[in-house]
Design a protein around this ligand. Structure first.
Ligand code: UDP
Length: 349
């Protein structure tokens, strides 16, 4: 019997993770996928480009829900996601990461007693002021399959009493990054378009609430980037939230090379040829490592502690030291999505 998976995505990092997993679902006998896009991210360069370039199935259901407070957005999603679940009757609901779309999918499925598989389970920042931390803790506690990218994630779940259904499969973002980097070498022309010389620029991303919600926080982050950059060009693909915050607070971005958000292949090309990464994004911290570039994380803590332990990453609140850098085995060898699909296909319903 074929198992029907309802995948729930809504935000940029989820499209990238879903691309890796969807590709494997198609190849796995006994699995079929229905894709639901909540609409949390909706611009062409925050959403459509990923579906176009990465071969993600066109969403069967598009909810067009974005904006508003966290509670309002999540609540609207909850009602509409539930309606889709009632109509589609999936055997498994597949959720990714830690956004409001993740939480809405988790709650709707849990209330309907549909088994949930959580990709990127067990991550913790231990900072409950972060909206993402609430989403991931709650999602983990109602999931049947917890697909962990790292051993640390497994230990985090153990500490919360979650031991059943926990699998260390590696990081689906590594699967996605390997594929994108390979393709970007052939297909991306971004360096030429931006007149960037390989090895002569740093790249930054900035969008977390803690860095964009107040004028003071945004000024601190932008000043840090300007200073850290020194003489070197810093390319900053600007997240829509940060663009609005800068306009709203009247914060100047002069001195940085501001570009619109780019597709994932262009991002892979930018990362492969940069010297250094500055970011408050979870995904970027690991991608810096995948490309063996040093990273400074513009936050007071990180979920991706192995990148720090291995010497590739440091928090901006910590002093910089020259560490010996090591490889990180935890993220796997690019087969995380394959492992996830094998486990899901093999489970009795
Ligand atoms: N990314 C991208 N284009 C951009 C900026 C980021 O494709 O202009 C990718 C990036 O490489 C990473 C993902 O988007 O894979 C990170 O998404 P985001 O920072 O929105 O989320 P987070 O990682 O913080 O959850």
């Amino acid at each position: 019997m074929t198992k029907k998976i309802l995948s729930i995505v809504g935000a940029r990092p989820q499209f990238i993770k879903a691309a890796a997993v969807s590709r494997e679902i198609v190849k796995t006998p006994g699995l079929e996928e229905i894709m639901l896009h909540t609409g949390q991210h909706f611009d062409d360069n925050m959403s459509d480009v990923f579906f176009r370039e990465l071969g993600i199935p066109r969403p069967h259901h598009y909810l067009d829900i974005h904006g508003g407070s966290h509670g309002e957005m999540t609540g609207r999603m909850l009602a509409e996601v539930e309606a889709v679940m009632l109509a589609e009757k999936p055997d498994i609901v597949l959720i990714y990461g830690d956004t409001n779309s993740t939480l809405a999918g988790a709650l709707a499925a849990a209330k309907l007693h549909i088994p949930i598989a959580h990709v990127e389970a067990g991550l913790r920042s231990f900072n409950r002021a972060m909206p993402e931390e609430i989403n991931r803790v709650l999602a983990d506690h109602v999931s049947q399959w917890l697909f962990c990218p790292t051993q640390t994630a497994i230990r985090n779940l153990e500490r919360e009493g979650i031991k059943e259904g926990v699998f260390h499969v590696g990081d689906v973002m590594y699967d996605a990054a390997l594929d994108a980097t390979h393709r970007a070498r052939q297909e991306s022309s971004i360096l030429g378009r931006l007149s960037l010389a390989p090895g002569d620029y740093a790249v930054a991303t900035l969008h977390r609430a803690e860095n964009t919600d107040t004028r003071e926080a945004l000024v601190r982050a932008i000043d840090y980037l300007r200073e850290a950059a020194g003489e070197r060009q810093v390319v900053l693909p600007l997240h829509p939230r940060t663009r609005s915050a800068a306009a709203w607070f009247g914060v100047s971005l002069d001195g940085l090379t501001i570009i619109d958000p780019v597709g994932y292949l262009d991002m892979a090309a930018i990362l492969e040829n940069c010297t250094k990464v500055f970011t408050d994004s979870g995904g970027l911290q690991k991608e810096a490592y995948f490309h063996r570039k040093p990273c400074v994380t513009l936050r007071g803590e990180t979920e991706w502690v192995e990148t720090i332990a291995a010497g590739w990453n440091r928090l901006w609140t910590e002093q910089g030291e020259d560490h010996e850098r090591q490889d990180i085995a935890d993220y796997g060898a690019g087969h995380a999505a394959h492992e996830i699909c094998t486990i899901l296909a093999g489970e009795p319903l």
